[in-house]
Design a protein around this ligand. Structure first.
Ligand code: GDP
Length: 177
């Protein structure tokens, strides 16, 4: 992870969006630190974390931005989206409302982000199988209609978190280069 700046081929900005409490901060912490924090809630204010990965022989530094609670106040501004090449749009598979709001988040992206932004829809908390309120097929259908990638993840046990980020970064690489 301590890759010298000189070895980095590309820096990709990725934004994580979606309703409050769907697990955005935990997904980010799972991907960048392989951690899940049971008691943390970061302070208000936009923050990013990084992880450097190798894709098709290129060293790519993913700079992943977290809204850090601002989505509660509808304060996610266009500065947040500026320069973003990828977006992870997260809902909670146990909260139907968070999935019903996904269309609004897509509109928000289309309004504020670059046209070529690559979007992956993420159904998080897949570990909570008994509490599932959003059938996988509903999300697959929506993702196909809207031209989004899709995956279900668990930040808690780590399932599919790395693979979702890698799919997003690989797609950005193939679009951007
Ligand atoms: P954010 O507001 O979208 O950033 O959501 P957080 O990352 O703060 O997570 C909200 C709550 O959901 C916290 O209590 C987390 O511990 C919990 N949580 C996040 N991801 C998962 C997950 O994959 N599985 C389970 N069971 N709980 C999760």
């Amino acid at each position: 992870e301590n890759v010298p700046e000189s070895r980095i081929d590309y820096v990709y900005k990725v934004v994580v969006i979606g309703d409050s409490a769907v697990g955005k901060t935990q997904i980010l912490s799972r991907f960048t630190k392989n951690e899940f924090c049971f008691d943390s809630k970061s302070t208000i204010g936009v923050e990013f974390q990084t992880r450097t990965v190798t894709i098709k022989g290129k060293v790519i530094k993913a700079q992943i931005w977290d809204t850090a609670g601002q989505e509660r106040y509808r304060a996610v501004t266009s500065a947040y989206y500026r320069g973003a090449l990828g977006a992870m749009l997260v809902y909670d598979i146990t909260k139907r409302q968070s999935f019903d709001h996904v269309a609004r988040w897509v509109e928000e992206l289309r309004a504020h982000a670059d046209n070529s932004i690559v979007i992956i829809l993420i159904g998080n908390k897949a570990d909570l199988v008994d509490l599932r309120a959003v059938p996988t097929e509903d999300a697959v259908e929506f993702a196909e209609e809207q031209g989004l990638f899709f995956s279900e993840t668990s930040a808690l046990n780590g399932d599919n978190v790395d693979s979702a980020f890698f799919r997003l970064l690989e797609e950005i690489y193939s679009v951007a280069s």
